[in-house]
Design a protein around this ligand. Structure first.
Ligand code: SF4
Length: 374
């Protein structure tokens, strides 16, 4: 089944490390954008609607949309696609936008999963990132989401922050666990060359921990999640059994997803395309009923095989060798056995019961291991 991704490119302020496709909220532009997004969804309508079982509102800050706007976009998806009755509908939500009333209204609009951009439970760390919320505000928002009846809550946390210590990272993990999440994403801070945070780090006394310590923080964090019943299922993701992100699994299991909104990417039936990145251009073109897609291409079989390998190895379940060979024509274990032997001996790669994958230590070295396949 398809996953539907809806990109919402507005934020209430811009974080000091972010280079996503987003801009500051402009209420008038937001109204026109929501109409354009619904129009883009509706015009993909086909005589026999394609089946879909996830909707993911990502951004930006999708929770800046008002609940009726979210409801109208879900309705556009429902009217255009054959949406499963138990579809997973996720709203990325920043704590500062989440009041009890808005959360209840989002749930009534059809959202059934909230992914909170918490990042850290340390106020100093949040300030350095330029986040608007405090740790207390995040706790309040999470409790309000539970009270509003959300049974599926995910938090994003960030690791390797400037000034973050081993101890403060574990405090954040413990706080997160205490709030009873169903799913957690642990992201490593990546700094692009001109990020304001990078410039601030050059001026300020805080810096990132050495690589080795960051690796220990990652492993210790995952150990705590194991103990709390949140099992790692992907390099950066852990969940209670049955609460893995159905939408994101489509990216890692070579599924099909259709992206809507400025800058959104899609891959459907072996064809990949992306939308133009500019919000204004996107809105104007849709108002004139013009195309918004660029770079449409059929993925060559070698590219599909390569991607399936890289994304499949991100999962702790690894790759089913026989299924991979049936789909892509060769068994990666047999093809790369000699090159992978040193990684197996070092305990970074495993092969058993017809599957192959990376150990937790191996996930720390994923890029080095992936070079084998290039
Ligand atoms: S809220 Fe998210 S998308 Fe918006 S600026 Fe911050 S990191 Fe970027």
């Amino acid at each position: 089944m398809l996953g539907l991704y809806l990109h919402i490119p507005f934020c209430s302020s811009i974080c000091s490390y972010c280079n996503f496709n987003r801009g500051l909220l402009d209420p008038d532009l937001k109204t026109r954008y929501v109409a354009a997004l619904a129009a883009e969804i509706r015009r993909t309508s086909q005589p026999t609607p394609r089946a879909a079982d996830t909707i993911f509102f990502g951004g930006g800050t999708p929770s800046l949309l008002d609940p009726p706007e979210i409801a109208s976009l879900i309705a556009a998806c429902r009217n255009t696609f054959d949406l499963a009755t138990d579809a997973e509908i996720t709203l990325e939500t920043n704590p500062e936008t989440a009041t009890p009333e808005r959360l209840e209204a989002f749930r009534e609009a059809g959202v059934n999963r909230i992914s909170f951009g918490v990042q850290s439970f340390e106020d100093e760390e949040l300030k350095r990132l330029g986040r608007v919320h405090s740790a207390a505000r995040a706790r309040e928002a999470i409790r309000a989401a539970r009270s509003a009846g959300f049974a599926n809550l995910s938090f994003d946390l960030m690791l390797w922050l400037p000034g973050q210590s081993f101890v403060s990272w574990l405090r954040t993990i413990d706080e997160a666990v205490a709030l009873g999440p169903d799913h957690l994403s642990l992201y490593l801070l990546e700094l692009y060359p001109n990020a304001p945070l990078k410039e601030a780090m050059a001026r300020e006394p805080w810096s990132q921990a050495p690589d080795d310590e960051a690796a220990d923080m990652y492993l210790a964090g995952l150990d705590r999640l194991d103990a709390a019943g949140l099992h790692q299922y992907e390099i950066s993701n852990a969940a209670r059994p049955g609460c893995e992100s159905r939408h994101n699994l489509k990216y890692w299991q070579s599924g099909d997803w259709w992206g809507f909104g400025c800058g959104a990417h899609s891959t459907v039936d072996g064809v990949r395309w992306q939308n133009i990145a500019s919000v204004e251009d996107y809105v104007d073109r849709l108002a004139r009923d013009e195309a918004v897609t660029i770079d449409r291409r059929i993925l060559p079989p070698a590219d599909r095989a390569g991607e399936a390998l890289f994304t499949g190895l991100r999962l702790t379940a690894g790759i089913d060798r026989a299924a991979f060979a049936a789909q892509h024509g060769s068994d990666p274990w047999l093809t790369y056995r000699a090159e992978l032997a040193p990684f197996c001996e070092a305990g970074l790669v495993w092969e058993r019961e017809g599957r192959m994958g990376l150990t937790r230590q191996g996930m720390l070295m994923a890029n080095e291991i992936f070079v084998t396949f290039v």
